[in-house]
Ligand binder design. Sequence first.
Ligand code: XMP
Length: 519
Amino acid sequence: MERDTIIVLDFGGQYTHLISRRIREIGVYSEIYPYDVSIGELEKISKLKGIIFSGGPSSVYSEGSPLIGREFFVWCKRREIPILGICYGHQLIVHVLGGRVNRSAREYGKSVLHVDNKEDLFQGLEDGEVVWMSHEDQVSLLPSGFEKIGHTDNCAIAAYRNTRDNIFGVQFHIEVHHTAKGGKILKNFVEGICGSKPTWRMNDWIQETIQNIRKTVGDARVIMAVSGGVDSTVAAFLIHEAVGEKLHCVFVDNGLLRKNEAKQVIEEFKNLNFEHIHFVDAREIFLRKLRGVVDPEEKRKIIADQFIRIFEAKARELEGAHGKFEFLGQGTIYPDRVESAATSKSASKIKSHHNVTLPQGMTFKLVEPLAYLYKDEVRKVGKLLGLADDVLWRQPFPGPSLAVRIIGEVTEQKLDILREADAIIQEEIQKSPFKDKLWQYFAVLLPVKTVGVMGDARTYENVVAVRAVESEDAMTANFAKLDWDILERISSRIVNEVKGINRVVYDITNKPPSTVEWE
Ligand code: XMP
């Protein structure tokens, strides 16, 4: 499809994908490529209007740091393609083109930008804009043909331009919300400097994705893991649009679901227009495999492996009647892959999301149409596909389910306790005005016993933690400032109605430094 494209070269930065996402929000198509992509690959992009170098954890001086040769800049100049470097990208440009980068005092967090030139990249900015820094090295000498266009108190060359070759650089991160005018700067680059037209729409993405799935799957069959959650439902809709009755959806009751959840999901899927839906009752096997396991990563791995074993067995069972199942469809989204360190060689692993850490020797090939989207983008796709609001706005629920909300060993009895406590939280918050403001709210069962007094008698029972967070995309989250009356109602109902609990605490940590789920 002919459309203006901006590409982002990935140097291993934590926010690389956000750059691409922000460009799409402007309405211009954007894709990420590894930093060492060949010029031949780039030649294939018909309307390539600009290139952004992402940030990254390296120093241009460290051994093995990702570098780019001078010939790349020569090619861009010949093709009249502007370049913007961000953070490491900003330093790399200077390093390769003959300037100097110095080790300096680390600068992390908010900083104030003094704008020295407002002609192009910083058009429309005021002096003293808040920007977000995260670096150790900084540019100390610009190559010839470059001029400084911004500085901060700690960083003498926080931004530069070279108008002859159309090269720009910013030391700060324009892709994060903390840089107040980051969107404006990006728009100045994408539209003003690169001349891209904001004509790209999510509907184009849907049509292209459907065509790609069709091409990839060909005559094969797809077995698709569905949970009733928004990601897997939207992914299933897309795959179904592409391959129709060649899609077989499988919903697994792993025995770790919330109160009444399995029944509800089964009912819901029965009402959808899919030709093949299968339900697998695997409660017993999951619980057996989890017996005695306390380590969070081990729980996650066992659950991920078991899911795949079930899909493999189901595929074998169906093969005789329907043909070969070459593909496994999944609703994996971008943050799942970031946290499982699947997006970049240099990223750090936070936790193994069940649909990313797949067992070795798995024979399926993957179809993951949402792999580059964030949850709010998935919801937009779902809306365009006609999904009902109650599916679109359902709270995210982790694949390893309640197993990562029971700290310590998972048992049937603990699951029952957690389900009851969780149902009370759901009920109380859904009655409250907070319902639509929260990303997630749930209960966590702690392996801690404390003393209480009920009906004049001593109790010695477990603690439940209440977790409620606000978030835009789950990459960061803030604990919700719920009102005391609601918390009090939740607490007294749990202690009164759930046998085995005599104390309720509220989790008041943000992500980072915590994560949303406790394991
Ligand atoms: P954390 O706990 O990493 O969670 O801050 C971020 C978001 O991801 C959800 N989550 C998962 N989703 N498979 C999933 O599909 C998983 O293994 C998984 N682990 C966490 C979590 O509920 C939150 O919305």
